[in-house]
Design a protein around this ligand. Structure first.
Ligand SMILES: [Mg+2]
Length: 455
């Protein structure tokens, strides 16, 4: 078929040319982004517009079909220092589905083109395997919704730009040639794998109300807990968070090699954290009634000792504060001075008091023992017999059930405790040292379900 094309040459002259066939070698996309999610766009800078145009026309695809995919980036959740915890992309023409094909991004769908460990810029990427594009396209054709779930805590740490990651994902979609969804966790929040926040948000808000069939859905990722040399020359996986994420969501899991190359399922992996089921079953036999009369009739001072998130505050609230003890907590009172002042005031008024801080060292405990001596008040120590693994699990769990309002204590908090820890001894002036075991209690079934998530 002969076609007349209108052309403009470099000198600006207009002329017609005759072609026998017209082929669009690149798919055509339009893009629309939510202003709230992208600071560089809010400024409307030239570079951003240029890159959006580049994004819009993609690169390298050989599809001859003219397509129009309208994608939108949005942000969700309570902002911390101006950054929302979840950034997500949906497409106008993308239908909800009962079948979800979930994928991690880095080290799963793509790797740096430069072969560097981390991408040097937003364009430093290529599909990890030649099978990625055809496999994903087949899934799309098969009625699956292809969804990327990616942890990008570098955004919160100012090591990566949110707009760069968004742009990269849009380009990946352009290369794939069909609409997908993507969820970026921007920091150490409840949308970060292995937490299920991103999946839950997708299921409730971005699937057109369609219930997901978990039996027929799956997730693929490279953070699978595989040891060094899981395949000759391969490094140890940086974590097991993708495998845990799939387990927490309740869908099948594959490594990229299993999914794209058909490799046999790898069984010698390590979860890398405590199994919450084991933790719960070991604690279930405890009789909590034993704590109901743990208080003293006479005025006393109780010093709690234990890792962050080992259950000290919950215990103090349930078994001490409810019986009239004054609870002193540095998180609430802010300074050591205020904590000591409150202890003074309570003992002066003949009120029993409990110091709910981590109190790892003899020095930390002595500060309060000294005060008790001036009032001739006996002192007991309640030592929380909770392993660091269990406390760390509780730390994540607390963040999860408060929907991120109680931010988790970073690892450094645990390291400081360990480095300063000296086991409490009666010679410090304690009338008694009582070991408090790990006692998980749940107000609702939903909390128990969340407790059983891998962290
Ligand atoms: Mg990865």
């Amino acid at each position: 078929m002969k076609t007349f094309l209108l052309n403009i040459n470099r000198q600006g002259q207009i002329f017609y040319s005759v072609h026998t066939k017209v082929t669009h070698t690149k798919p055509y996309y339009t893009m629309k982004r939510a202003a709230s999610s992208d600071a560089s766009e809010a400024k409307g800078n030239k570079k951003s517009k240029q890159s959006s145009l580049l994004d819009a026309f993609g690169a390298g695809s050989t599809s001859s079909k003219k397509q129009k995919v309208e994608s939108t980036w949005k942000s969700y959740g309570d902002a911390v220092k101006g950054l929302k915890p979840l950034s997500y992309m949906t497409c106008k023409d993308l239908k909800g589905s009962t079948k979800i094909a979930g994928f991690d991004m880095d080290g799963c769908l793509i790797v740096p083109k430069s072969n560097a460990k981390f991408p040097k810029n937003a364009d430093d990427w290529k599909f990890m395997l030649s099978q990625v594009q055809p496999k994903l396209k087949a899934l799309h054709g098969d009625g699956y919704k292809v969804v990327i779930f990616t942890n990008q805590a570098g955004i919160e740490k100012n090591k990566a730009k949110e707009s760069d990651i968004q742009g990269k994902i849009t380009k990946i979609m352009n290369e794939l040639g069909f609409p997908i969804q993507a969820f970026i966790s921007t920091g150490e929040n409840v949308y970060r794998k292995p937490y299920t926040g991103s999946w839950d948000f997708m299921a409730s808000n971005c699937n057109e109300g369609i219930t997901i069939d978990k039996e027929n859905s799956f997730f693929v990722g490279d953070a699978a807990g595989r040891p060094k040399d899981w395949q000759k020359g391969k490094k140890k996986d940086h974590s097991c968070s993708d495998r845990k994420f799939a387990a927490n969501v309740g869908v099948r899991f594959y490594t990229p090699e299993e999914y794209f190359l058909g490799m046999k399922a790898f069984s010698r992996f390590e979860w890398g954290s405590i199994n919450p089921k084991t933790l719960l079953s070991s604690a279930q036999n405890l009789d909590v009634k034993q704590f109901e009369d743990i208080t003293s009739k006479d005025t006393e001072l109780v010093i709690l000792v234990g890792f962050p998130a080992s259950g000290k505050s919950t215990f103090a609230k349930c078994y001490l504060e409810s019986k009239g003890y004054v609870v002193v907590n540095r998180d609430t009172l802010k300074t050591q001075e205020k904590c000591e002042k409150t202890v003074h005031e309570a003992l002066k008024a003949k009120k029993s008091v409990a110091v709910d801080n981590t109190n790892p060292s003899k020095e930390a405990r002595q500060a309060y023992v000294k005060i008790a001596k001036t009032y001739n008040t006996p002192v007991r120590c309640f030592q929380f017999d909770v392993t660091i693994e269990a406390a760390k699990h509780m730390n994540f769990y607390r963040q999860l059930i408060t929907n991120g309002k109680h931010r988790r204590v970073p690892d450094v908090g645990y390291n400081v405790f360990k480095s300063r820890y000296v086991a409490p001894d009666k010679s410090e002036g304690f009338k008694d040292i009582i070991k408090i075991p790990f006692i998980p209690t749940f107000d609702r079934d939903e909390e128990k379900e969340k407790f059983l998530h891998w962290t």
